[in-house]
Design a protein around this ligand. Structure first.
Ligand code: HEM
Length: 500
């Protein structure tokens, strides 16, 4: 132990000017202290070591950023300047282009608009209503039902709304995604300690196999779409539609044209990444943005989109069962504004208390409390410390969402804190469930739409209750896997019937 301490002191001295932090154990560093809920431990350490501190995961140094001021400065100020970035690992122009591509596609597809809603949300919400009604108010774990609904919506967007559920390719993809989730939940800490991925764990091997299967299934589906290409002007655009038009044009342009590309017809306004970066196309375009990149965007949307939204809704239903008076207030607002009519996205403005409740669910159980691991792209001078190039940086969003200075009585579930004196919703700067800066959640517009439509619909049609005699689950028994999932629990879902 003495030798270890001397060695550590020597290493710290020679590791430039890293921020201070807990010592940790030989070889394992601080890993054994993190437990199932690393975000809680990391937030506690900030009280001892300050908002910027370093820990070792195994032998790897990691800088942890806490609190809104520090995180904003790191991700917005330093993140805006490519020369001194604190960004997600392997950040490069390709990733930036993928983000632009995704955002443009969301606009084409109609995320946040009514047509997307009637095409995909409405039929899916009907299925959800049938499934929950069939439970007959008995105590059940609603996770599989919510998960399937959210999965169907995301897959609907990526693969097309006209897809029948008995399509074997679709079923195959859904099945693979479920397996990925199951494995992911068991991998827990590996999700934010990337170097652990190198360990020869059987579960990691299985996860790799399932991920590869998903990639192959997505490629097979999208390529099939391109060869079956047909124009159907009445058909609402899905990712696959945009993809096939894009790829066909891309291929056509590639063989027929030289010089700048403008893939941009009036109807689909398909985006070419070189437009975004203000460059003219050149012959090595394949190395900048290719079909593979578009496929990666589809995979990103599937993997990043399902679990975050499902887990937030699970927390939401659980909170409503635990706080029946808040649930009743939400239902009253929905009933008096919508009656029995299904919610649509334009109702958001008329349901401020409902929106504030969703925000409070997102605040109090920030499902991605440590965001995605970032890293420095060069030596960074930050708050008096020197963080060397390629150091892993963890962004502790949990520390922001539970900061008592920003949120008085942070542990209290209180939607009112997101409303002003006139009862309108306020979006505080410190409300950051989707993180900040260049690598913040690219799916946020879709996530907000999904959360609003699902939650409002669930509150309109059902009342959520804890089973008789069941006590509320202890929240700290939740587990941080790829998202922060609630402890195992059952709920009684009671149909509210017609209100008119
Ligand atoms: C409640 C729902 C969601 C929450 C709380 C959430 C939160 C986050 C957070 C915190 C990050 C990391 C940002 C950072 O490291 O700074 C992220 C990244 C990302 N999210 Fe979400 N997300 C949600 C839903 C979605 C959905 C529905 C999609 C897409 C369908 C999506 C796609 C992505 C992608 C692709 C990234 C990586 C962005 C990049 O690499 O630049 N997310 N999300």
């Amino acid at each position: 132990m003495v030798i270890f301490m001397i060695f550590q002191t020597y290493r710290r001295k020679h590791r430039k000017n890293l921020p201070p932090g807990p010592w940790g154990l030989p070889i394992l560093g601080c890993l054994p202290y993190l437990g199932r809920n690393a975000h809680l431990v990391l937030t506690r350490w900030a009280k001892t070591y300050g908002d910027v501190y370093s820990v070792r995961f195994g032998t790897v140094p990691v800088v942890v950023l806490n609190g809104f001021g520090v995180i904003r400065e790191a991700l917005v100020k330093h993140g805006a300047d490519d020369q001194t970035c604190i960004l997600v690992e392997n950040y490069d122009r390709l990733l930036e282009e993928r983000r632009h591509y995704t955002m443009r596609l969301f606009r084409i597809i109609g995320v946040g608009r009514k047509n997307l809603e009637s095409a995909i949300f409405k039929p899916q919400l009907e299925v959800l209503m049938k499934d929950l009604t069939n439970m007959g108010g008995k105590a059940t774990d609603i996770y599989p039902i919510l998960r399937d609904s959210v999965a169907n919506i995301t897959l609907g967007i990526v693969f097309g709304f006209h897809l029948e559920h008995n399509d074997s390719q679709y079923e195959g993809i859904l099945d693979t995604v479920h397996k990925m989730f199951e494995l992911n939940a068991k991998l827990s800490i590996v999700n934010f300690v990337p170097f652990l991925e190198k360990l020869p764990l059987p579960r990691l091997k299985q996860f790799d196999e399932v991920s590869t299967r998903l990639v192959l299934q997505v490629i097979a589906w999208l390529k099939g779409q391109v060869s079956n290409h047909h124009e159907d002007s009445n058909h609402i655009k899905s990712f696959a539609d945009s993809y096939k038009t894009d790829v066909l044009k891309y291929r056509g342009q590639k063989t027929n044209e030289k010089g700048p590309v403008r893939i941009n017809n009036n109807e689909t306004e398909l985006y070419h990444p070189t437009q975004a970066i203000g460059q003219e196309r050149n012959d090595n375009l394949d190395t900048i943005f290719s079909e593979n990149q578009i496929i990666s965007v589809a995979i990103d949307l599937i993997v990043a989109g399902f679990e975050t939204v499902t887990t937030t809704l699970r927390w939401g239903c659980l909170y409503m069962a635990m706080y029946p008076e808040i649930q009743a207030k939400v239902q009253e607002e929905i009933d008096s504004n919508l009656g029995d009519r299904n919610p649509n996205i334009t109702d958001k403005g008329t349901l401020p208390y409902t929106e504030a409740t969703i925000m409070e669910i997102q605040r109090l159980n920030c499902v991605t409390p440590l965001a995605v691991p970032h890293s420095t792209t060069k030596d960074v001078e930050f708050r008096g410390y020197t963080i060397p190039k390629d150091t892993m940086v963890l962004v502790n969003l949990w520390s922001v969402m539970t900061d008592p200075v920003c949120w008085p009585n942070p542990e209290k579930f209180d939607p009112q804190r997101h409303l002003n004196e006139r009862g309108r919703t306020i979006r505080h700067d410190v409300f950051t469930p989707f993180s900040l800066g260049k690598r913040s959640c690219v799916g946020a517009p879709l996530a907000r739409m999904e959360l609003f439509l699902f939650f409002t619909f669930l509150m309109q049609k059902f009342t959520f209750r804890l089973p008789n005699g069941a006590s509320a689950p202890v929240f700290e028994e939740g587990t941080l896997a790829s998202t922060l999932t609630p402890p195992a629990h059952q709920l009684c879902v009671v149909s509210r019937g017609k209100k008119t």
